[in-house]
Ligand binder design. Structure first.
Ligand SMILES: NC(=O)c1ccc[n+]([C@@H]2O[C@H](COP(=O)([O-])OP(=O)(O)OC[C@H]3O[C@@H](n4cnc5c(N)ncnc54)[C@H](O)[C@@H]3O)[C@@H](O)[C@H]2O)c1
Length: 356
């Protein structure tokens, strides 16, 4: 029998059961967990560990454990860059939560360290690639869309600000220093990941964006709330392709989730709604289209798929799913330009980014 892969988890908060469940479903041994809060580690070990699973408060102690081959990082966003880099330098493969990192300089460093150490690193914004986007990718790879020139994403929640309306008490979500941004870093990065992956991660040359925050809330006064609730983004690439993202944590509007991909030979619309996936084409006659039904949907949870694919990649058989360092850099360039553009109220070009 092959040895079990040995893993560690850093961050035992709200999302950690998903990580631990992904380990369990892939028969991965949980060697150690890390958190600043003892009770959270105890619960993680109770629910998912075994008697030998260790608990450490300093993540560097976990990284020093030789037997650990891979680590999952599930801490607030501002820690993703430093922890990922330290983990790769300690010889670990890394699965890190979304958003990737919170600055372009860090994203470049992650990419460089991944190259230098040869360690695998993926970010979990790629969770949304499973299911319909995988089907879209197969149409795109077969050339059925021709030249893709527009991608439009719309994501609205009626009332869903984490730390305020949902996940109450997890206040870092609304603190820019720890979260990076609001709805864009929370949900926008999932869609940025999907569309950048679908379109081959072209360089993004300029971004124009606006931000809004202004809805009522009842957070205590000592809680910092300085991130956007609504973000609107137009991104140019080095070809004719442009991306737009309209993202809302809260809106007087029905909830919406739609990704529209337009090419010269075909178009794809993926949405939460009916039909969930539509491929428009004039193949075989002018302006025919095909609606798929809900039949083709993946039935495993995305985290289990991510861990399964990650372990395959560790063994040298990379199925190519997971935000890789180049895609992470593109996502971070896009989000950093969007934040700057929102602040400056003008288009920001890639030349203006602070590089490492
Ligand atoms: N909550 C969700 O539904 C959800 C879904 C998908 C992705 N995510 C992502 O997962 C990450 C974590 O989110 P969460 O909701 O679990 O937050 P959380 O605040 O519930 O958990 C974060 C944990 O990290 C720990 N931590 C903070 N600093 C640490 C340090 N220096 N060393 C060790 N542990 C430290 C905290 O004590 C906490 O237990 C974020 O990047 C978030 O965007 C969350």
């Amino acid at each position: 029998m092959a040895d079990r892969v040995k893993a560690g988890l850093i961050g035992c908060g709200a999302i950690s059961p998903k990580h631990l469940n992904g380990f369990r479903n892939n028969d991965i041994e949980l060697v150690a967990v890390c958190d600043l809060i003892e009770e959270r580690m105890a619960k993680a070990i109770d629910d998912y560990g075994d008697p030998s699973t260790r608990a450490v408060v300093d993540y560097r102690d976990l990284l020093a454990m030789d037997e650990i081959e891979m680590v999952s990082i599930a801490t607030p966003p501002a820690l993703h860059g430093p922890m990922s880099i330290d983990a790769m330098r300690a010889g670990k493969h890394v699965m890190c939560e979304k958003p990737c990192v919170t600055s372009v300089a860090e994203a470049e460093q992650v990419k460089r360290v991944a190259g230098e150490t040869g360690q695998l690193i993926v970010f979990l914004g790629a969770r949304f690639r499973y299911g319909m986007p995988q089907m879209a990718k197969s149409y795109i790879d077969d050339g059925d869309l021709g030249e893709i020139y527009r991608v439009n994403v719309k994501y609205y929640r009626r009332r869903g600000r984490p730390g305020v309306d949902i996940l109450e008490g997890i206040h870092w979500f609304v603190d820019r220093a720890r979260a990076g941004a609001g709805v864009m870093m929370d949900m926008g990065v999932y869609f940025m990941d999907t569309v950048i992956w679908l379109t081959g991660a072209p360089p993004i040359t300029a971004v124009s964006a606006s931000e809004f925050r202004g809805f009522d809330h009842d957070l205590p006064e000592d809680v910092t709330f300085d991130v956007e609730e609504h973000s609107n983004i137009l991104a140019r690439t080095d070809t004719d392709l442009t991306y737009t993202f309209d993202l809302a944590w809260i809106a007087h509007h029905e909830p919406v989730q739609a990704v529209e991909v337009l090419g010269t030979r075909g178009g794809i619309v993926m949405q939460q709604g009916d039909p969930p996936f539509t491929f428009y084409t004039d193949k075989g006659g002018p302006w025919h289209w095909m609606n798929t039904t809900t039949e083709w949907r993946h039935r495993e949870d995305a985290q289990t798929c991510m861990v399964r694919d990650f372990v395959r990649a560790m063994g040298g058989d990379d199925p190519g799913v997971g935000t890789n360092p180049l895609e992470a850099l593109r996502i971070t360039e896009l989000s950093e330009m969007a934040i700057r553009s929102g602040n400056l109220a003008r288009e920001v070009s890639a030349d203006e980014l602070n590089r490492s």
